[in-house]
Ligand binder design. Structure first.
Ligand SMILES: NC(=O)C1=CN([C@@H]2O[C@H](COP(=O)(O)OP(=O)(O)OC[C@H]3O[C@@H](n4cnc5c(N)ncnc54)[C@H](O)[C@@H]3O)[C@@H](O)[C@H]2O)C=CC1
Ligand SMILES: O=C(O)CCC(=O)C(=O)O
Length: 447
């Protein structure tokens, strides 16, 4: 078995050697899916995984825009259309200076499995730009988004490819992108999700990724007869996913101790309550400030510069910032401090070594493609509402989100339960995600 995995990874490495994040995401899937393929004749010998690691289409384009001082800026725009076997390409756009082909291909690859797990008819894609929104005026953001869409509009559509937000792309950016798409196409369709409520958005979409991550943690804890109430929770990040993960933890009676950004983390040993979280939301979403400012407002809290929050003692860890933010040494520290549950809000926040450390200790560990799927699932619900030209209530969407997260948890148990009863959520998510896409690819032939 090991030689099958190695031979496959060597081939992928040969073609994509300069893309470390993509190779990491592929390795994590290959470790569990290749043994499954070898044991199942219908998938064996058909190079299905080899087909799945090759994007159906890769788009790269120039994005020129004029900054507030009148200077012409040039960025790179991308869209990776990874797999459309079970539905139109679907996945977010990331605007961050670190964006490159490796990062977007890893995200698009993960998205294929994640979207399949939701049970909704969505293929996988991802895109974005190396544009850095930090420090830009609203006008500059608008000019950039308009320019970005003036090329992307040719390649997307409500039945072709439906982008949404990710790091650096929230409601403001989706608005500007939608405005330009509508102008160029002269049509009002659900081509993007994460839209404002008055122009086609869904209730709960902003909350969905963070809420879903906590619902998934609840399901995992339940397998041990435990709950979230009264637990100490460490959250990384302070953006969309982190904010709503923290909000749901607070609502369920847990104590949220930390939040972070790329400059460091804040530790509030008294707990971040709803009022303090409202301050963070204003700070991050309106003033677009740094998390370190929290300690000026709440001086009993401390700011730890240049570090991640994994050194803080907790029961539950929710990594909600970015890829590879949790290393093997962090995993060991979390275990030594008594952490029993890790539910990933971010995409691939734990390194492969950190994942193996959690699994060896047999704690509850969920990979992002399962635990953060609530965001894209609710995007799927937004697409449905757009097609129906109808809006569901907050309660209806939240109920559907809870059901979807529970179904994903059940799929992980179905495909990931080991002989000794340990639930390997990585194996479960990878195989359950793979089966649906692979079956569709087999049915559609070699295309
Ligand atoms: N927005 C969504 O619906 C979904 C997002 N995700 C993932 O969740 C993660 C966070 O995304 P959002 O909250 O949407 O983005 P955001 O732009 O709202 O927030 C990103 C957060 O990550 C922090 N961050 C970024 N780079 C960092 C670094 N190098 N070190 C420490 N912190 C860093 C930022 O300071 C910010 O707090 C990403 O991995 C994203 O791919 C996953 C599923 C859906
Ligand atoms: O809602 C979407 O389509 C995008 C969500 C996303 O980018 C993700 O799940 O990582």
């Amino acid at each position: 078995m090991k030689s099958n995995i190695k031979a496959f990874l060597d081939l992928v490495k040969e073609r994509n050697g300069h893309e470390p994040e993509f190779l990491q995401a592929v390795e994590e899937v290959a470790e569990t899916v290749i043994p499954y393929i070898v044991e199942h004749d219908i998938y064996y010998g058909k190079n299905i995984l080899l087909r799945m690691v090759e994007p159906e289409r890769v788009l790269q384009f120039r994005v020129c825009w004029i900054d507030d001082s009148g200077e012409i800026q040039v960025n790179r725009g991308y869209r990776i259309q990874m797999n459309s076997a079970i539905g139109p390409y679907k996945g977010g756009l990331r605007f961050h200076p670190t964006v490159n082909m490796s990062i977007l291909k890893f995200l698009a690859f993960e998205q294929v499995f994640k979207n399949s797990l939701t049970t909704l008819p969505m293929g996988g894609g991802k895109g974005g730009s190396d544009f850095d929104p930090k420090g830009k005026s609203d006008d500059e953001i608008m000019r950039f988004c308009h320019s970005f869409m003036s090329e992307l509009f040719r390649h997307i559509g409500s039945n072709t490819d439906v982008p949404a937000g990710d790091i650096g792309v929230g409601g403001r950016e989706i608005g500007f992108l939608f405005g330009m798409y509508k102008k160029l196409r002269n049509e009002f369709t659900g081509v993007l999700t994460g839209k404002g409520l008055s122009w086609g958005g869904s209730l709960i979409r902003p909350e969905a990724t963070g809420y879903g991550t906590v619902y998934f943690a609840e399901s995992m804890l339940k397998t041990k007869g435990l709950g979230i109430k009264g637990k100490n929770v460490v959250v990384s990040g302070s953006g969309n996913v982190a904010q709503y993960a923290a909000e749901k933890c607070i609502q369920l009676g847990a104590k949220v101790l930390t939040l972070s950004d790329s400059s460091g983390y804040i530790h509030d040993s008294e707990g971040i309550d709803a009022k303090k979280l409202a301050y963070v939301m204003e700070l991050k979403n309106v003033k677009r400030g740094r998390i370190s400012e929290y300690v000026k407002k709440y001086p009993k809290a401390k700011f730890v510069a240049g570090k991640t929050p994994w050194e803080v003692k907790c029961d539950i860890a929710l990594p909600c910032a970015t890829q590879n933010e949790l290393h093997e040494s962090d995993a060991k520290m979390l275990l030594a401090n008594g952490c029993i549950c890790v539910s990933e809000g971010a995409n691939m926040p734990s390194t492969i070594q950190a994942v193996h450390t959690f699994q060896k200790a047999k704690i509850l560990y969920a990979p992002g493609k399962a635990s953060n799927a609530g965001g894209v699932a609710t995007s799927g619900l937004e697409m449905t509402q757009n097609s129906l030209r109808f809006n569901w209530t907050r309660e209806e969407v939240d109920k559907k989100l809870k059901e979807i997260m529970a179904n994903i948890h059940n799929s992980c148990i179905e495909y990931g339960k080991e002989k000794d009863g340990y639930i390997n959520y990585v194996k479960g998510a990878n195989i359950a995600g793979f089966v649906k896409v692979a079956d569709a690819m087999l049915a559609q032939g070699v295309v």
